[in-house]
Design a protein around this ligand. Structure first.
Ligand code: GLN
Length: 266
């Protein structure tokens, strides 16, 4: 069988079938076109069809090919980490706008390291720290930092438990989906680490811990920026006490949804 026939018979979307075939054969986009009449070996066909079936059962493309692009960089992803989402690029943009040269930044719950590595790659002179409670996630994020030759300092911590220093900026994309939310049993989310998606409660408990703890670990004038769910902007803003914080605000993602909230410590 040749690639053209294999792609025609694919039980999944053609674009996805092409991505999986290219990954399995280690062929470039150009090879996919120029070599599409070349006869494939039985094992090549089997490997590709196995990927098609896994995709048909819902496994995310990013896990099947082991990578996802974020902020123009390719990140390794495994089922130990959340797949970086395009809306999280808003958080990176807002962080960059607030980072002075030599800024000390903490990315909590770094997962794949997407946020921390994107910041460090764009601003090599800054000092980026990143934490996660999951040892497996930290292994992935360290590899992503190495891949892009950034000098992010990773450490294991349950939110602020192992944090002792102060930062100019704290960023976080915490687990914010509420327990029982139907999104958790749909699409890619079924295959992602559940503790990265939900707090198993109201969806706001991690956000509360992060906002309440931040004044201890931010320098005066430092910013806290948090990603949250489509309906959590108002509740998140309310957590910022005006006697402690100024410039409390939310920002919309490309879909027009208030997706990141934050404030500046007095
Ligand atoms: N910080 C990572 C990201 O934005 C992981 C976030 C998470 O697992 N909740 O992709």
């Amino acid at each position: 069988m040749n690639l053209e026939d294999l792609l025609k018979s694919a039980p999944i979307e053609i674009m996805e079938a092409r991505i999986l075939a290219a990954h399995s054969l280690q062929w470039s986009r150009v090879q996919l076109i120029t070599q599409n009449k070349q006869t494939l070996s039985t094992s090549q066909v089997d490997d590709i069809q196995r990927l098609f079936r896994r995709r048909l059962h819902g496994e995310p493309i990013a896990y099947l090919i082991g990578q996802r692009e974020f902020f123009g960089l390719s990140f390794e992803v495994t089922p130990a980490v959340l797949i970086p989402r395009p809306e999280t690029e808003l958080l990176v943009e807002l962080a960059l706008e607030r980072m002075t040269s030599n800024a000390r930044v903490l990315d909590m719950g770094t997962g794949s390291g997407a946020i921390a590595v994107a910041l460090a790659h764009t601003r090599p002179e800054s000092k980026i720290f990143a934490s996660d409670v999951s040892e497996q996630a930290l292994a992935v994020s360290q590899r992503n930092s190495d891949r892009h030759q950034t000098a992010v300092t990773f450490f294991q911590s349950n939110w602020y438990e192992q944090v002792s220093e102060k930062f100019d900026l704290i960023v976080c994309n915490p687990p914010y989906i509420r327990a029982g939310d139907s999104h958790l049993i749909q699409g890619d989310l079924r295959f992602e680490p559940v503790d990265a998606l939900t707090d198993h409660q109201t969806g706001l408990t991690a956000i509360e811990i992060i906002v309440q703890g931040a004044p201890t670990y931010l320098k005066s004038g430092g910013w806290l920026l948090l990603e949250h769910g489509y309906d959590q902007a108002h509740l998140t803003r309310e957590l910022f006490n005006p006697s402690t914080w100024s410039d409390v605000q939310s920002w919309r993602d490309l879909a027009g949804i208030e997706r990141v909230s934050g404030a500046k410590l007095h």
